[in-house]
Design a protein. Sequence first.
Lengths: 630, 522
Amino acid sequence: MTGFLAWLTLIAPLGAAVVLTILPGLRRSSLGPLVAVGSVLLCAATSLIFWMGGKSTDVESTWTWMDFATGAGRGIELGVLVDPLSKMMLLVVGWVGSAIFLFALGYMKGDPSIGRFFAKFALFVFSMLGIVLSTNFLMIFVFWELVGASSYLLIGYYVDKPSAVEAGKKAFLTNRVADFGFLLGILMIWNLTGSFHFGEIEAAVRAGKLSGADAGQLALASFLIFVGAMGKSAQIPFHVWLPDAMEGPTPVSALMHAATMVAAGVYMVIRVFFCFEPLGGADWGWAPGFVAWTGGFTAILAATIALVQRDIKKVLAYSTLSQLGYMVMALGAGAYSIAMFHLTTHAFFKGLLFLCAGSVIHGCHHEQDMFAMGGLRKKMPVTFWTFTAGMLALTGICPFAGFWSKDLILDALHAKHLAGLQLAATATAGLTALYMSRAWFLTFFGEYRGHAHPHESPKVMTLPLVFLAAMSVVIGVAGYFDWLFPVQGYLGKWTMQVLHVNASIAIVSTGVVLLGYGIAWAIYTRPTLDRAEAVRARFPAVYDLLWNKYYFDDFYLWLVRSVQQGIARVCRAFEENVIVKGLVGVPVGFTTWVADRSRRLQAGRLNFYAYVFVGGVTVLLLFLLAVGAR
Amino acid sequence: MLSLIVLLAPAVGCFLLFFMKERDDADRERIRGAATLSVTASLLASFWMWLAYDTGGERYQNVVDVSWAPSLGIGFRLGTDGISIAMVVLTSVVIWAGCYVSRSIKDRVKEHYILLLALVTGVFGVFLSLDLFFFYFFYEMAVIPMYLLIGVWGSRAAQYSKEYATMKLTLYLTTGAVFALVGLLAVYFQGSEALQAAGRLQPGERTFDIRLLGEAVYSAGFQKAWFPVVFLGFACIVPMWPLHSWSPIGHAAAPSSVSMLHAGVLMKLGAYGILRLGFDVLPLGAQHWMGWVAVLCCMNILYGGLVAMAQRDMKFIIGFSSSSHMGYVLLGLSTVGVMGVSGAVFLMFAHGIMTALAFGLIGWFYDQTHTRVVDDLGGMIRQMPFVGTCFVIMAMASAGLPGFANFASELLVIVGAWKSSFPLAGTGLSVPGWIPTIAAIWGIVISATYLLRAVRDAWFGPSNPRWEGLEDARAFRHRLPFVGLILVLTLTGCFPRTIVDTIKDGVKRLRPIPSAPEEAQR
C-alpha cells in the first residue's frame, strides 16, 4: 500500500504534465491548472500519511528499468524509497509546493499560456520527487537531469525575452558542467563498491572493505559527487546561474530557485552521507573540509553581493545562495540532520519571502526595482506582515524558524572546532540582517517612489502567504523541541550527535544580527535615500566589486567567448583545411593530375599513335629476343 | 514471411509507381498515397516482427532461404536477430515519417518516390540479409538512389554545391564498400574452406551464408589480418573520424526526407556491418583492434561536437552532431561487452529516430524561410509553436535528456565503457576505460551547448518581422510524422526494455570472444 502510494505520488505530477501537454483543449481551459495543482496537493496529502505512519510506512520498491547486471543481482533500476529522510523532504516539496502552486494560480492569471506554464511546473515537481524518492545513484542522476531541464524550460518561460532565454541556457549548461563531475563520481563509487544502490554502497563502505588506496579514491569520488551538488545548490564557483534564474516567473523562483530544487544538492549529499562520513579520519579528510569551506565562501560572498542589489528578487536570490552556503557548511561539519533542518525551515521562509516579493511585483505592475517602491506597508498589509515574519525567520530572530536551525549550524561548527567558519557564519548572519532589512525598509517604508498604483493581491495569493508565514513562525520551535517532528531524533542515522542551542553563541549571533538591523535602519529609512547614496559614493571600489559580482560572470563569459569558441574555431579550420582540403583534396588532386597526364596519350593524333606503336613493337621484340637467347 | 513483407512492400510500391502518371495534383496525391501505403505495410510488418520476437528462441527468426546460385553458394537468405530487428524497426519508422515529410516535394514527385522506395528497399535488404552476396548487393542498391536524390532534389550547402556533395558522398560510400567487399570475399573463401575441412560443406562447395560463415573456425592470424580491412570499409560509412567529411555536407545538401534516411538509417549500415561481419565472424580481430577505435572515437565525440559549435547552418550543426553521436556508437562497440554493444545498437536506433526528427523539422521551416543560417532566424516559435516545440524536444533528446531513448542508450555505453580496458594492438599498452569515458561524458556537455544555442538562435528571442506569416504544421498529416517519431523516442526512452531486451538477446548471441575483459557480462 505504501509502495503504491509512493509510486502514485511520483507519477501523478508527470501524469498532469503529460495530460496538459497532449490535450490542447484542457490546456486552454480554466480546469487545466487545477489538474496540476491537484497532483501537488496529492503529494502534500501522501507526505502527511507517510510522516504520521512512522516506521510502518517505510518502504522500498524497485523496478528494473534496463536489464543489465550492474552489481550483485541488480539491473539498472528505478524505484521509490520512503524513509525518514525522504519523508521529511516530501513534506517540504508537498506543502511548500502546494502553497506556491496555489499562489501561482493567482499570479499567472491572465497569462495567455497558463496551461503550458502549469504543465512545465508539474513536470518540475515530478523530477524533484524523483530525486527525493530515488533508491540508487543512476536514478538520482536521471531525475537530476530532468530537474535541470524543467528548470531550463521554466526560467526561459518568457521566450520573447532574450535575457530569460539566455538565463535558462546558462542554468542548464552550468548544471551540465557540474553533472560531468557528478556522473564521474557515481561511476567511481560504482567502481569501488560494485553497486549503484544506496543501501548496498552504504553496507560496503560501512563494512570497511575499502583498502587505503580505495579510501583515497573514495575521497575523490565523494568530491566529484559534491561537485554535482555544487551545481544544483549553486555553490561557488557554480553559483552564477541562480541569480540570473530570477528571469523566470516569480512562483518558479519561489519553488525551484529557493525552496526545493536548489536544496536538491544538499539533500543528495545527505542521502549519500555515508560516502563522506568515513572521511573524517586524519589522513584523507580533505573532502569534508572542502565541502565546509565551499559553503563558507558561498555564504559570505553571496551575502555581500546581496547588499548592493536593486532588484527585490535578486536580493532574495543572493540570500538563497548564502543560506545554501550555511547548509553546505553544516554538511562539511558532519551535521547532516542540522543541514536537513535548515533546509526545511529555509524552504518555508524563503518560499514565503519569494511569494511576498511576487505579491509586491504583482501589486506594483511588474516593477522589481526596490528604489521604485516604498511605503507599501499600508497599501499591502498582508504582504507586509507576512514578509516581516519571513524576514525575522531568515535573519534568525528568536523564536522564528531560522534562529533554531541557523544557531544549530553555528553550534555544529563550534563543536568541530571550525573557528574560521564559525566566524564567517556569524558575520554572514549580520550581513543577512543588513540586506534583508534594507530590502524591507526600501520596499515597505517611507514614501512610494514609483508610478504605478500598488494594490493588495487577491485571496488566492495571500492565503498561501499566511500559511507559509505561520509555518515560518512555528516550524523551528516545533522541530527543535521535538513537538511536531523531532528533527534530530527522527532522522536516526543522519544524526551524528544531538546538538543544543548554546546560549553564548546565540547571544553573540543575535547581537550581530541586531547590529545589521541597526545599520540598515540608519541608512535606509531616510525618505530621500541620501545616506544610501553617500555610502555608495564613499566606497566606490567596494561597490563596483560587489555590483559586478566579484567578476565571476565576466570571467566565465571570457572563458566561453574566447577560449571555448576559439577551440571550436580552430577545429572548424582544421576540418576545412586539413581534412577536406588535405585528406580528401590531395587524393582527388592526384587522381585528377594522373588523369590529365594520361589523357594526353589519347589525344587523337595519328602520328603519335604510330610512334608509340613502333616503340612498343620494338620493346616487345627486344624482350622476346632476350628471353629466347637464354 | 514477415521479413519478405518488410522487404518487398517498398519494392512493389516502387515498381508500381513506374506505371502511375503524374499529370496534375490529384495524380501526385495518388503517388504519395501509394508510396506511403507501401512503407506503412513495412512498418506494420516490422512492428509485428518486433512484438513477436522470441527472446531466447531461435537466433535467426523470420528466416527465408531460397537457393539462387548454388554453384557459388549464393542464396536469397533473409532473417532477423535481435540486432537487425531494432534496425529494421528504425528504418521503417524513419521512411514512414520521411514519406509524409516528402509531401513538400512538388517537382518530379513520381521519380522522387521511386528513388526513395528503391533506396529504402536497399536499406531493408542490408539489415535483413543473411547472405553476404545480397548484403553487398542491397548496400549498393541503397547508395545509387541516394546519389540521384541529392543531385536532383538537393540544395546548396554553405559554399558547396549539391553536385559536389552528392559526388563526394557517393565516392566515399563506394570506396568504403570496396574495402568491405575485399574483406567479405576473404571471409567467403577462408570460411568456406574451414567449413569444408570441418565437413559442414562438400569439398569444393562454397557458401555466402552468414549463419554458416559465422560458425566456421578462423585462425587468429586471419581474423587479426582481415578485421581492419572490413572495419575500414564500414568505418567510412559510420563515419569514423577522420573519414567523416562526406557526411555533414551530404546531410546538408540532401532534401529533408533524404537527410532523414541518410542520417537516420544509412550511417547505421556501417556500424551494423561492423557487427555482422566484424564481430560475429572475426571476434578475435575485433578484440584485437577495437582498442584503437576507442581512442579514435573520442575524436568523433569531442572534435565533432566542437566543430558543430562553430557552425552556423542548422543542417551542418546537426550533421556534425551526428558524427559526434556516432562516436558514442563506436565507443560502445569498442567495449566488446554486452552492455556497451547493446548500448551502441540502442543508440543507433535512438539517434536514427532523433536525427530524422531533426531533419524533418528543419525541412519544415527551410521550405518557407529558404535559409538555415541560425543568425538569420530567431523568434520563430511565435509563428510555429508546434514545430518549435518539437524542435526543443528534439534538442533535449539529442542533448541526452532522460525520458528519451538517447539518454538510456548513452548511459549504457558510458557505464559499459567505464570498466572496460582498451588494449592498443601493436603497442602493448592499454587504455583504461575511464579515459574515453571522460571524453564521452564531456561530449554531453558540448552537445548541450551547441543544441541550446541553436534553439535559442533559431526559435527564441523577440519575434522577427521577417518571419511573419510562416506556417505552422497544423494539419494532421503534417503533424503525424513528427508526433510519431517523438512517440517512438519517448516510449523506448521511458520503457527501454521494450527494445533493449531484444537487442541484448541479439548481442549475446554474437560469437563469444574468448577471454574478453567483460566475459562476466556476456
